[in-house]
Design a binder for this molecule. Structure first.
Ligand code: SF4
Length: 278
């Protein structure tokens, strides 16, 4: 049985996506082990939110190769989307996949044959349509699992590269979200954390974030639902009232306020002012 390890840099959404890649590998017969163990395959799911994040990604790739010089190395995700040339320069990388196709890494492993030059699967244009995910996440811990419902962002805050590397806001189909949620609960997860880039912009078939939450709430065996970081301007009174009365939705919000100064918020091209919080 080939052995694979996965390493995630960056946000909770990346963690959700790594877990989905892990499940697709496990279904194809890979034994998933901790990063740093001897392995045949290493998948590094990267982040590019800052220059420091880029440097950490390159460092992680080199570390993987140092620990396992013969491992087949696949570098996927946000830094692969924008830092393709820099990753290509790292000797030992076999496969680079941008954001559009990264969840299908298992289909591009070339029998784990080490490459002289990396195979690159990359498109500059990212999709704009609703999406499904043909798998569920695989987590090595029991209680909490992440649930991806949305990707991309249309806000284009001046400091943020995410709309460039993940594309415009798009939503996962409602039925597909509920299907994965049920599978995660059947697998033993008691808590789901709803994740995305800009969760509050979720729209699919007339359903919004609140409908996703209320449908999740009906799943027997699911004890807690949590919302990961959410844009302040996308939280309506309805969601707050729901939160106040819900038995499963945790009354906790992580709001990226970014600054307490309206002038700075304006320069950042944020959509809120401090009035909303004072
Ligand atoms: S809303 Fe968030 S993800 Fe979208 S551009 Fe602004 S900071 Fe980036």
């Amino acid at each position: 049985m080939p052995r694979a390890s996965l390493h995630t840099l960056g946000c909770r959404l990346n963690q959700a996506e790594t877990a989905i890649i892990a499940k697709t590998l496990s279904v194809r017969g890979y034994d998933i082990v901790e990063f740093g163990q001897p392995v045949d395959l290493t998948v590094i799911n990267t982040c590019t939110v800052t220059e420091q994040a880029d440097a950490k990604c390159r460092q992680a790739v080199r570390q993987a190769l140092r620990l396992n010089p013969q491992t087949y190395v696949a570098v996927v995700g946000c830094y692969s989307q924008i830092g393709l040339e820099a990753i290509r320069q790292i000797k030992g990388v076999d496969l680079i996949i941008g954001n559009e196709h990264k969840l299908k890494v298992v289909d591009h492993l070339n029998g784990l044959t080490k490459q002289i030059d990396p195979v690159v699967i990359h498109s500059h244009e990212l999709p704009q349509e609703e999406f499904t995910i043909e798998s569920s996440g695989l987590y090595s811990f029991n209680t909490r699992a992440n649930l991806k419902i949305q990707d991309g962002c249309n806000y284009y805050c001046s400091f943020c590269i995410i709309p460039t590397v993940r594309g415009r806001s798009r939503s996962r189909t409602f039925a597909d979200i509920i299907r994965e949620a049920r599978e995660l609960v059947e697998f033993g997860h008691r808590e789901l954390v709803i994740t995305g880039v800009n969760l509050g912009t979720y729209r699919n078939d007339g359903k919004r974030l609140l409908q996703v939450i209320s449908e999740l709430e009906k799943i027997d065996g699911l004890a807690r639902i949590r919302i990961s970081s959410i844009e302040p301007t996308t939280i309506g009174g309805e969601l707050v009232r729901y939160m106040a009365s819900s038995e499963k939705l945790v009354p906790y919000l992580h709001l990226p306020l970014q600054s307490g100064d309206d002038r700075i918020l304006k320069v950042m091209k944020r959509k809120h002012t401090i009035a909303a919080f004072s």
